[in-house]
Write a protein that binds this ligand. Structure first.
Ligand code: NAG
Ligand code: NAG
Ligand code: NAG
Length: 504
C-alpha cells in the first residue's frame, strides 16, 4: 500500500466545537456501531490477505530477473528511504513461500492477493525473453494455494515497473499500453487456467502522482499537472486494453474476472453552508472518480468537473491545449464498462475544504482541484503519519460507490494499520474489527461488496518508509536467519472472524 498526496496534505487545526460529530463518538476513536439486520457475513463473502512482489519477494537479481524501477531507485537513493533499506531481500518470499503458506493456512483465508513482478517474468518488459524460473515460481505458488483451497487473486502491476521501460518515458509514453497488453496476454495465457481474479493495476494515483508529479517515487519525474496526468491516462487505457483482450480471447473458457484497484479516502465537510455536499462530491471526483468514473460511470470519460477545471486552467496558463485530454470516442468505448469489479484500497478519511486561493504548484493536481484537507484531532493515528482510523469512512465510501456506479461489485483489496511491529497489537485488532463492521453495515445497506483483503499478511518493505512501519498480521523476524513469520494477536482475531463469519 501507499497513501497518495502525503505532500499535498494540509493539516490544520479542526475546531472540534463546530464539527457535527454525528458519525464519531468522542473517546471511541476506532469503533463503529453495528447497523442492520444481519450480524453475520454472507456465506459467499470472501476473506483474504494481501502482499506485493517488491515488498516481500527479495531475490531482486536472482534466476534471471530484470531490474525494476524500485531496484534502481533504492540502490541509487538509499537516503530517500527512512531506514536506508531496500527490497533486495525483504521477507525472502521468493525462497520462503512455504512459510507464507503456513501463515495463510493458519489464518484460514479464502484467498491470497499477491502481485506478479513484471521484470521477474519478462526481464526486458516485452515477451521476447520469458523467464522460465520465474514462471515456475508463480506456478508453484498458484498450485500450492489451490491445493490448500486458497484462491489466488493476482495483481499484475504493483509499482515495480521494468527499468527497461523508463528508457522511453515509462507511463508517459503511450507505448506502455501496448507493452502492458502483451504482458497481460502472457499472464492470462500462462496462469489463467488457474487464476480467475485479476487486478490490472494497483493504486494508479499512488505511483503516478509521486512518480511523475512530485518526484517522491521512481522514476522521480517532477512535472506535476502534466506527466502525472499522462501516467493516469495511459494506465487507464492500458487497463481497458487488457480487459478487452481478456474478454475477446480468454473469458469464454477461462471464465475469470478482471478489475482495477483504486485507492481512495472518503471525505467529510464541517461546513454546514450551502454547497458543502458539492465539496464532498468534488473531492470524490478528484480521487476515486478520476479513474472510476470513466470505467464505471455513464459517460465513459473523466468526471465532468475534472475535465472542465483542467481545460479552463490550461487556457489560463496560456496553453493551446488541455493538460487533461478527454477520452475520444474510440477510447471512450473501450474504457466504459471495462471492469468486472472495482478493487478498493481504503485506509483513512479526511475533512475537505475549498482552498481560496488554490494552493500547490501551477500546474498541479493540488492547484487544479482547489481542495485542502484536515483531520479530526480525536481520530486515532497509526505509526504512519497519514493513517487515522475512520471506519465510518469505509461504510460511507461503499455507499457512495453503490449510489454512483450502479452498485458495481466491490472487492476491498487493501485495508490495514501500521505500528512498530509488536505481537500484542490491540490497535490493529480495533482497526480490523471496526472496518469489518463498516463492511457488514454496508452489506446490510445493500452494498455489493463481496471480498475483504487485509494488508498485509506479513511485515514488509513499506516503500519510502522502509521497514519502519509494520502492517503485518504476522511479524517478520528480520534479524533471524530463517526470517520466521510470527503470528501477532491480530492474526488469531482475524482467523476467528473468518471461522465464525461474525465479529466478536
Ligand atoms: C430489518 O428487518 C425488519 C423486520 O423484518 C424489516 O422491516 C426491515 O426492513 C429490515 N431492515 C433492513 C435494513 O433490511
Ligand atoms: C453485484 O455485482 C455483480 C457484478 O457487477 C452484478 O452482477 C450483481 O447484479 C450485483 N448485485 C447487486 C445486488 O446489485
Ligand atoms: C527473532 O530471532 C532472534 C534470533 O533468532 C530471536 O532471538 C528472537 O527471539 C526472535 N524474535 C521473535 C519475536 O520471535
Amino acid at each position: 500500500m501507499r497513501e497518495q498526496h502525503v505532500l499535498l496534505l494540509c493539516l490544520f487545526v479542526s475546531y472540534a466545537s463546530i464539527i457535527k460529530s454525528s458519525y464519531l463518538h468522542e473517546g471511541d476513536e476506532c469503533k463503529l456501531e453495528h447497523k442492520g439486520n444481519y450480524s453475520k457475513f454472507p456465506e459467499d463473502f470472501s476473506f483474504g490477505v494481501s502482499t506485493a512482489a517488491y515488498q516481500v519477494e527479495g531475490a531482486w537479481n536472482e534466476d534471471g530477473k530484470g531490474p525494476s524501477i524500485w531496484d534502481t531507485y533504492t540502490h541509487l537513493h538509499p537516503e530517500r528511504i527512512a531506514d536506508h533499506s531496500n527490497g533486495d531481500e525483504a521477507a525472502e518470499s521468493y525462497h520462503r513461500f512455504a512459510q507464507d503458506l503456513v501463515a495463510l493456512k493458519e489464518l484460514k483465508v479464502n484467498f491470497y492477493r499477491f502481485s506478479i513482478s513484471w521484470p521477474r517474468v519478462l526481464p526486458r518488459a516485452d515477451t521476447r525473453v520469458q523467464n522460465q524460473k520465474a514462471i515456475d515460481y508463480y506456478n508453484m505458488m498458484i498450485d500450492k494455494l489451490l491445493e490448500n483451497n486458497i484462491e489466488p487473486m493476482v495483481t499484475m502491476f504493483h509499482y515495480d515497473m521494468p527499468e527497461e521501460l523508463t528508457k522511453f518515458g515509462g507511463f508517459t509514453n503511450n507505448i506502455v499500453i501496448k507493452y502492458f497488453r502483451y504482458y497481460a496476454d502472457f499472464l492470462f495465457k500462462t496462469f489463467g487456467d488457474r487464476v480467475k481474479k485479476w487486478i490490472t493495476f494497483n493504486e494508479p494515483f499512488d505511483y503516478c502522482v509521486p512518480g511523475y508529479g512530485n518526484a517522491d517515487f521512481p522514476p522521480m519525474i517532477h512535472a506535476p499537472g502534466v506527466a502525472d496526468y499522462l501516467c493516469l491516462d495511459n494506465t487507464l487505457k492500458a487497463h481497458a486494453s487488457a480487459y478487452r483482450l481478456y474478454k475477446a480471447k480468454y473469458s469464454n473458457y477461462q471464465k475469470g474476472k478482471v478489475g482495477i484497484t483504486i485507492s481512495s479516502r472518503f471525505y467529510y465537510t464541517n461546513n454546514p453552508d450551502f454547497g458543502s455536499e458539492d465539496i464532498v462530491d468534488r473531492a470524490m471526483q478528484y480521487s476515486l472518480g478520476w479513474l472510476a468514473h470513466p470505467i464505471f460511470g455513464e459517460s465513459g470519460n473523466y468526471p465532468f468537473t475534472v475535465i472542465e477545471d483542467i481545460t479552463s486552467n490550461s487556457m489560463k496558463e496560456g496553453l493551446a491545449w488541455s493538460r487533461l485530454r478527454p477520452l475520444n470516442l474510440y477510447w471512450s468505448k473501450i474504457v466504459r464498462g471495462s471492469g468486472d469489479f472495482l478493487g478498493l484500497n481504503y485506509y483513512s478519511s479526511r475533512f475537505v475544504h475549498m482552498a481560496e486561493p488554490p494552493g500547490g504548484e501551477i500546474p498541479s493536481w493540488e492547484h487544479d482541484s482547489r481542495l485542502k484537507y484536515s483531520v479530526d484531532k480525536r481520530w486515532k493515528r497509526a505509526k504512519s503519519d497519514w493513517l487515522y482510523c475512520v471506519p465510518q469512512g469505509l461504510e460511507d465510501i461503499l455507499k457512495w460507490i453503490r449510489d454512483n456506479y450502479n452498485n458495481i461489485e466491490v472487492y476491498i483489496t487493501e485495508n490495514g494499520w501500521s505500528d512498530e511491529g509488536e505481537l500484542d497489537d490491540t490497535d490493529r485488532i480495533d482497526y480490523l474489527k471496526s472496518h469489518l463492521q463498516a463492511v457488514l453495515n454496508a452489506i446490510n445497506d445493500g452494498c455489493n461488496v463481496t471480498h475483504y483483503t487485509h494488508w498485509s499478511l506479513i511485515d514488509n518493505f513499506e516503500w519510502n518508509r522502509g521497514y519502519t512501519e509494520k502492517f503485518g498480521l504476522y511479524y517478520l523476524n528480520v534479524t533471524s536467519k530463517n526470517k520466521e513469520r510470527v503470528a501477532k494477536n491480530s492474526a488469531s482475531y482475524y482467523r476467528s472472524v473468518i471461522e465464525s463469519r461474525k465479529l466478536s
